[in-house]
Write a protein that binds this ligand. Structure first.
Ligand code: AHR
Length: 615
């Protein structure tokens, strides 16, 4: 077996930005995740419109009297609710997951907006079931109008089950009750959770696509104003997400919860800059997707969204003397963010309607900012006529770059390594904005790695690629698999994360074309461990039988109700056929493991190859 490489033949140039990340606020990736705020529902804005199980007091418990009020006494127009807390009463916040995480010796910054007619003293404390977690702080509310008050805690114990309590001696109005770890990523204010931000930074991604996904192009396209009736379930509109946090609107997240927008466009741009990645925002194109599939027919609204997109570019790149560049400077960043790529729309599956709007966005953007690359898309997946129609429209209109999305089995990724070999070299470039094989096991990482060699070989066509989704809080999962998992105190990368890291931290300059002869004998006599993932959709424990490619039984077990029994060395032989990874566990899938537990379980399958085989 031989591989022939000619160093004098130049293959495709590989852009440094080729591999990036796609951040969407799904699986509580933002609030309760990357956004370091520890208080859940800090401004009492949760609503049944976000999730039928919510009330404005979700995550809070009241001792004494308190009610959420929506009246003219509010903190500001876009922060509708506040809490009216009775004299001698208190409220306690439960944070995310099991509670508020604090670490011994570390500092935590508390802040609150409050007003009390004749002033009051607030007592603010941190505790868990075992007692106090920091010395309580007294906060004097001295003004009858809204004002912001602060206090700092130093944790005396480590706990992931903390609660924050605010008690008052006199009737007080409260809003924006906040607790941040001092130790955010790069110690930035309104910052990011350090371990999660560091996991993304360690990838050295070439770009950050944000903020979605289905998050962007679903719901109403209306603004959050009195005229529009302060609608919930709005598409992600960047102007909702900038400025002082207490002035930002909140919204119903497409994925079934409330999003505070504390992590907003300024924070996304800042993070991309911090980690040396190119920012790549996605704006709604006035055609809803993700099952909603409706073209919004409102020329005035379309005009407003196109203007908003031009304003976004000015916010990112404009001088501090411009209207939106000034706002960026006021938020702490006078220098531009160097935005060069923008995506309009996400997975619309009404190609003609989408295109009619996309081309208007593109014309306006390129008239004012000729240097901007305006990215289009090819619909929800790569099957069928929508994809073909969308691609044809993109080709005809000479679009710069087309976003493709697909989620498929590991086998599909192995079998489609050559997908881009035949793409038209003179057509639009490809942005593979979302892809993943279904699973977080070793075999999924392996299949994706194999696939990425095909992306890289075609780096003249595939210009950008990002795995999706990026994050999942293990207690709030809408979508799995995901690249990085976490709870309120820990985070861990999947096998897929390690693959992304391997590629992102080793981006080459050029493809060196190679040819191969023969079929490699990949497996000698070895003993090793192979990850095997199973998924039980049945309501009972079930047996598993793993059969080798040669038909021999590698492993079988009768669980008899005990899922813990199963780790042993099997007999038989393990083979790789014709240089291909063979999924010997096919027959075992859908038959595991604990009753009524529809989640992945990973086991080590210890195999011993008894003979060397190229077959
Ligand atoms: O990545 C999860 C979802 O998959 C995205 O929101 C959407 O674009 C795609 O359907």
């Amino acid at each position: 077996y031989s591989i022939t490489v000619d160093p004098n033949t130049k293959g495709a140039k590989i852009d440094k930005t080729m591999y990036g990340v796609f951040f969407e606020d799904i699986n509580r990736a933002a609030d309760g995740g990357l956004y370091a705020e520890l208080v859940q529902n800090r401004s009492f804005e949760y609503s049944t419109a976000d999730n039928t199980s919510y009330t404005p007091l979700t995550a809070w418990t009241v001792s004494g009297s308190a009610q959420v009020v929506d009246d003219d006494g509010r903190l500001n127009a876009r922060n509708r609710n506040y809490l009216s807390l009775g004299a001698g009463s208190s409220v306690t916040n439960a944070g995310y997951n099991t509670g508020i995480r604090v670490e011994e010796g570390k500092k935590y910054d508390f802040s609150v907006w409050a007003r009390a007619e004749s002033g009051t003293a607030l007592t603010v404390s941190l505790q868990d079931a075992d007692g106090t977690l920091a010395a309580a702080r007294r906060v004097n509310v001295t003004k009858s109008g809204w004002a912001r008050y602060k206090a700092t805690f130093t944790a005396t114990r480590t706990s992931s089950d903390g609660r924050l309590t605010v008690a008052t001696s006199a009737a007080t109005a409260l809003d924006m009750v906040s607790l941040f770890p001092r130790d955010t990523y790069r110690h930035e204010p309104n910052g990011l959770r350090k371990d999660l931000a560091e996991k993304i930074a360690a990838l050295h991604p070439g770009f950050v696509r944000f903020p979605g996904g289905c998050l962007v192009n679903t719901g109403s396209m209306a603004d959050y104003s009195e005229a529009s009736g302060y609608q919930r379930k709005r598409s992600y509109q960047w102007k909702d997400t900038i400025g002082p946090v207490e002035t930002r609107a909140t919204n119903s997240n497409f994925w079934g919860y409330n999003q505070s927008y504390g992590l907003g466009y300024y924070e996304y741009f800042r993070f991309a800059e911090d980690i040396g990645a190119m920012p790549l925002p996605v704006v709604p194109a006035l055609v809803t997707g993700c099952g909603q599939n409706k073209a919004v027919d409102d020329p005035a609204l379309l005009k407003r969204h196109i203007q908003d997109t031009l304003d976004l570019i000015e916010f990112a790149n404009g001088p501090v003397t411009s209207e939106w560049g000034k706002k960026r400077a006021e938020m702490g960043h006078p220098k531009p963010f160097h935005l060069t790529h923008i995506e309009v729309g996400n997975e619309e599956n009404l190609p003609d309607e989408f295109f009619a709007r996309f081309t208007q966005f593109r014309a306006a953007i390129q008239a004012k900012y000729p240097y901007m690359q305006v990215i289009s898309n090819s619909g929800p997946d790569d099957a069928g006529s929508t994809f073909d129609t969308a691609w044809q429209l993109n080709r005809d209109a000479k679009v710069d770059m087309v976003d493709e999305h697909y989620y498929n089995s590991p086998q599909w990724f192995l079998q489609n390594n050559d997908r881009y070999d035949s793409y038209d070299r003179s057509g639009p470039k490809v942005f593979l904005g979302e892809y993943a094989s279904w699973g977080n096991a070793f075999k999924n990482g392996l299949a994706e790695a194999a696939y990425m060699t095909g992306l890289e070989r075609n780096a003249d066509v595939v210009k950008l690629a990002s795995y999706a989704p990026l994050f999942a809080n293990e207690d709030y999962v809408q979508w799995s698999p995901d690249m990085v998992w976490f709870n309120n105190h820990a985070s861990w990368g999947s096998a897929n994360y390690e693959v992304q890291k391997l590629f992102m931290t080793n981006v080459g300059d050029r493809v060196v074309p190679s040819t191969a002869t023969g079929t490699p004998s990949l497996l000698g006599p070895i003993t090793g461990a192979v990850g095997l993932s199973t998924w039980n959709t049945s309501a009972a424990y079930d047996d598993v039988k793993v059969t080798g490619a040669d038909g021999n039984t590698l492993l079988s077990d009768d669980f008899s109700g005990d899922a813990t029994q199963w780790t042993h060395t099997g007999g038989g032989s393990w083979e790789i056929q014709d240089g291909q990874y063979v999924e010997t566990s096919d027959t075992a899938e859908n038959t595991m493991v604990s009753a009524g537990d529809p989640s992945w379980h990973d086991y080590d399958l210890h195999v011993k190859a008894t003979k060397k085989s190229g077959k």
